[in-house]
Design a protein around this ligand. Structure first.
Ligand SMILES: C[S@@+](CC[C@H](N)C(=O)[O-])C[C@H]1O[C@@H](n2cnc3c(N)ncnc32)[C@H](O)[C@@H]1O
Length: 476
């Protein structure tokens, strides 16, 4: 039985309770549990021993981007992987943060935005150039002169009519991913935005342009990559509707106007947020493009609070998910550049294994890896993805420990994952690594339970509690 107590907290908006017993016990009828699962359970119980869990289901709507689609500024770019500013605000308030804030995986810049709203200095890093651009644009201060400039450019853009020029892109899949006329319109607008002379305003328009790409394309970002919208799942599997037939069905006759309207609507939203002064603050975050594993080379200021969500150890490849925007937006120009970019990412997927050696060893992790069923693993690199992930986590936490002020905090939003019916409980593994480094694990907030692929669902029924998304809070 779990024992819950009231947690004394300033999280005024969110009710949370302490859960003090380990979560897993054997079911009444032991025969339904395999030896492999009993072994997993032993490892989980050992890892969970003395972990101060907190039941924080009230955070469940804050750890994903759903609210952010409606939040001023955050809504400028749909960053699926992001969390809400409300979540960061709650921690800043609860922990009485007054010093420097850092996000080593800043994505669209949510932690930085919340820091600005609280008038705090902040630092952010990301390897993805789109994230860096979005984070910078969303955290910029816009003056009245900027607003005037925006309006002027906007009026000019509204006058544009369909060009007869044939625009080119180096993106090989462009003809598959877009309707021909929609692609031409997008490229025409990109060309127009390139002519702007004021970089600040140009970047705002460019983010608006990037933000509408998915909506006007034939693909959607889903799971670990992109899916074609003309592929429909039916009871008997997937069916492909022919591209031309599908496009005729969903796009209006006038493709130029279709894209123009979407872009103008998005620019109106951005303009309205700027005019309403949302996010206006004298604090300007310092945002760098690079790997978080080298953050100490980019700034040496002491940090009071680091709050972030790393890629999860689930083999999702962010570069694959963002590939259409990366190519069409000219962030990558050839395959070599794309490959290099992938290799700079955290080792969380099979494309990011850059032959870096694995130095950190964790007994619990090795025991879990030894339970993998190699025949059921969809890629032989998976054991090393998992090792590489915690090796990178160890390096990052080590560096964070050195640069965190005494009494400072690190908050990590992380999801657990599963391979061949074996769960990798990242939240408690990270807690263990942090303790080895010298951090105190203040709390592990369990925010929601996750689902897994249909192949593993039945197999994991008994262990499903461990498939969760948590916030690990560390104190130096
Ligand atoms: C879960 S997302 C963070 C989202 C962010 N919290 C937000 O609200 O927008 C993880 C980010 O880590 C970035 N990333 C992956 N490997 C990285 C690395 N080695 N260094 C810095 N950032 C990295 C990805 O590009 C992605 O933007």
């Amino acid at each position: 039985m779990e024992r819950a107590e009231t947690y004394k907290t300033n999280f005024s908006d969110f009710e949370v309770t302490i859960v003090s017993e380990p979560s897993g016990t054997l079911p009444l009828f032991e025969t339904s549990v395999s030896d492999n699962q009993k072994e997993q359970l032993k490892i989980f119980n050992s890892l969970e021993n003395n972990v101060p869990f907190v039941n924080a289901i009230s955070f469940s709507n804050q750890v994903h981007f759903q609210n952010a689609y409606l939040t001023p500024i955050q809504r400028w770019f749909p960053y699926r992987e992001g969390y809400s500013t409300r979540l960061v605000n709650a921690f800043i308030k609860e922990l009485n943060i007054t010093g420097n804030v850092f996000d080593p995986f800043c994505g669209s810049g949510t932690t930085l935005l919340a820091s600005r709203q609280n008038n705090l200095n902040s630092f952010g890093i990301d390897v993805n150039p789109i994230s860096v651009l979005v984070a910078k644009v969303e955290n910029e201060k816009y003056s009245n002169a900027d607003i005037e400039n925006f309006e002027k450019e906007f009026e000019q853009l509204k006058m544009i009519s369909k060009s007869d020029e044939n625009f080119h892109t180096s993106f090989e899949l462009a003809d598959k991913v877009f309707n021909k006329d929609i692609l031409q319109t997008l490229l025409q607008y990109k060309n127009e935005i390139k002519k702007f002379t004021n970089t600040k305003i140009q970047n705002l328009f460019f983010v608006a342009w990037l933000a509408i790409i998915e909506e006007v394309s034939n693909i959607k970002k889903e799971g670990n990559g992109i899916k074609y919208k003309n592929r429909k799942r039916t009871a008997n599997g997937y069916i492909n509707i022919e591209k031309d037939v599908w496009e005729k069905r969903v796009y209006p006759e006038d493709k130029f106007n279709y894209v123009k309207t979407k872009l103008e609507r998005h620019l109106e939203i951005i303009l309205s947020d700027i005019k309403n002064d949302f996010g206006n603050s004298d604090k300007q975050p310092n945002i760098f493009k690079g790997s978080c594993l080298e953050f100490d080379k980019l700034f040496s200021d002491q940090i009071q609070f680091t709050f972030f969500s790393p890629p999860y150890c689930n083999c999702f490849d962010y570069f694959e998910i963002h590939k259409v925007d990366l190519w069409l937006g000219e962030f990558v120009k050839n395959k070599e550049e794309f490959k290099t970019l992938r290799n700079t990412g955290f080792r969380s997927n099979t494309n990011s294994l850059n032959h870096k050696s694995i130095l950190y060893k964790n007994e619990h992790l090795e025991n879990l890896i030894s339970l993998f069923n190699s025949e059921k693993l969809w890629n032989i690199k998976i054991p090393n993805v998992v090792r590489g992930y915690f090796d990178d986590t160890h390096s990052l936490l080590n560096k964070l420990y050195l640069q965190t002020t005494k009494g400072g905090y690190v908050g990590i939003v992380v999801g657990n994952s599963a391979y061949s019916g074996v769960i990798i409980p990242a939240d408690v593994l990270i807690s263990e690594i942090a303790k080895e480094i010298g951090f105190k694990v203040k709390n592990v907030f369990v925010t929601r339970h996750l689902t897994t692929s249909s192949q593993q669902k039945q197999e994991l029924e008994f262990l499903k509690y461990y498939l969760r998304e948590s916030i690990v809070l560390l104190e130096k």
